[in-house]
Design a protein around this ligand. Structure first.
Ligand code: ITT
Length: 199
């Protein structure tokens, strides 16, 4: 059976990753803005990735005609740094204020971490799906270390300062096939794909 999936995100690079990870002949993947004809400014008021993923997914329920027979998929994700009391966490997209871009947020995190010898960190992802009004959550995480400087140009967000466990280079340096097999998002989506299209 072919499923029609609607992705709820305004982050172009995250959207591309989701599309690539969901690449499967049984899935038709659409962007929510193409389905409802506009973008939404969804306020992420939750204290957890779970709450924010649910807020994003539920925002589309206001468009019942357009989303008829679709599976809604929303992603809330971020990076937790142990020596920064697990910050920025759910505030990853807003870390350091609204004027910073991805590179600025990486620099800000590196400055706050300083020369700390504890550089343990992890990316977390919660995928919220709604199928026929039924909400489900899928989680994934990947452990690693914060680099001492920005390294590499691939990916997005905090990829240039995150070195996944078992590697010596950042997600922004490593071949994308590595991130797409071990990332927080890949792990969460794997569970979702297994649910809708069991092998
Ligand atoms: P949407 O809410 O519209 O999906 P967003 O960018 O605001 O887009 P989040 O609220 O989930 O998304 O914030 C996640 C932030 O965490 C994102 O902006 C990145 O900076 C970071 N992040 C999440 N996944 C990442 C990844 O795979 N690689 C690098 N950084 C990531």
């Amino acid at each position: 059976m072919t499923h029609k999936i609607v992705l709820v995100t305004n982050n172009e690079k995250k959207c591309k990753e989701l599309e690539s990870l969901l690449n499967n002949p049984q899935l038709t993947v659409k962007r929510y803005s193409d389905i409802i004809g506009k973008t939404l400014d969804i306020e992420e008021t939750g204290d957890t990735f779970e709450e924010n993923a649910i807020i994003k997914a539920k925002a589309l329920l206001a468009y019942p005609q357009q989303i008829k027979n679709c599976i809604i998929v929303a992603d809330d994700s971020g990076i937790e740094v142990d020596a920064l009391n697990k910050e920025p966490g759910v505030y990853s997209a807003r870390y350091g204020g609204p004027d910073l871009d991805d590179e600025g947020r990486c620099q800000y995190l590196l400055k706050n971490l300083g020369n700390s010898s504890n550089r343990n960190a992890r990316f977390r992802c919660v995928i919220a799906t709604i199928i026929n009004q039924e909400l489900k959550l899928y989680t994934g995480s990947v452990e690693g270390q914060i680099a001492h400087s920005i390294e590499g140009e691939k990916g997005f967000g905090y990829d240039p300062i995150f070195i996944p466990e078992g590697y010596t280079q950042s997600f922004a340096q490593l071949d994308y096939s590595i991130k797409s097999s071990i990332s927080h998002r890949a792990k969460a989506l794997e569970k979702f794909k297994e649910f809708i299209s069991p092998k």
